[in-house]
Design a protein around this ligand. Sequence first.
Ligand code: 5GP
Ligand code: MN
Length: 321
Amino acid sequence: MAQEVHFARQLVQSATDIAVVTHIRPDGDAIGSLLGLGLALAASGKSVQMISGDGVPSTFRFLAGSDRIRTHLEELSGSLDLIVVVDASELSRTGTVLDGYPSPHINIDHHPTNTNFAGINLVEVSAVACAEMIALLLPELGLQIDKPVAEALLAGMLTDTIGFRTNNMTTRALNVATSLMEKGANLSEIYQKVLLQRSFQAMRFWGSGLSNLQRDGRIVWTALTMEDRKNAGYPGRDDADLINILSSISDTDISLIFVEQPDGNVKVSWRAVDNIDVSGVAQWFGGGGHRAAAGATMPGPLAEAQKSVLEVTRKLTFSSK
Ligand code: 5GP
Ligand code: MN
């Protein structure tokens, strides 16, 4: 990757008008990576647009600079000379924000399902978060890590590892986290804000999902309907991270959640234990992700999506055993 990093550095150094773009339905790593790279570029004097097609979830709005994130590129972006996409394995994961623009120059990502869609693809699957990669890349790109950058990157690392407890954790990741703390990021405060605090509405939404929990052998799942969302008063389109709770159920190999979307589609999330790979099942349904955590969006109705996903999940993950 050394050669690619060298090219990326040249592109970054010579660019003046830069867009950094992250994936739709952004999680903490998406926002942390976007802000980490975007703020570092801005601090070096570049003109930077930080773009998240779906905006910034309220959980991450405490991060300095998050108010500078926009949902669209500015009209006059004819002068854009560098487009960087972060934490997205495919161009389609950026939504429609890059429609009509040249294909991205640089992609920084850690998903094994990455399709190498950019000119320069910095893809490292052993990184626990895209934010970890960015923390390591910034000095190589000639950019500084100040306190807001460190906070954003630590938030990204914490969320993708659910507080440094996923099975892909490495000593390198902990060392990177240490260096971000040394730059001023407050671990316990960021941990509280991105992983522990929940709105009252989110808790009520969890309640609906938990009361409908199902199990078949070593698979557990639940669904969150639009009705559940309305009753709870929960604003987002996501599962309020309920999947992370399901994945802590003992004697279980795979947990799934089905989240009904306003457009009738169904967002599916898979989580798996160590020796099971769910990224292939997610890809089968047009999605992607990691061995232990993957997702896809598919057509409804909910009951049918649920039936076929459970069937294929059983087939693809257990048949070869
Ligand atoms: P989640 O289920 O929490 O949304 O996502 C789990 C993992 O799967 C994340 O790494 C996320 O980026 C990836 N993922 C989720 N949905 C999709 C999708 O529709 N397409 C692709 N390629 N990856 C997805
Ligand atoms: Mn990520």
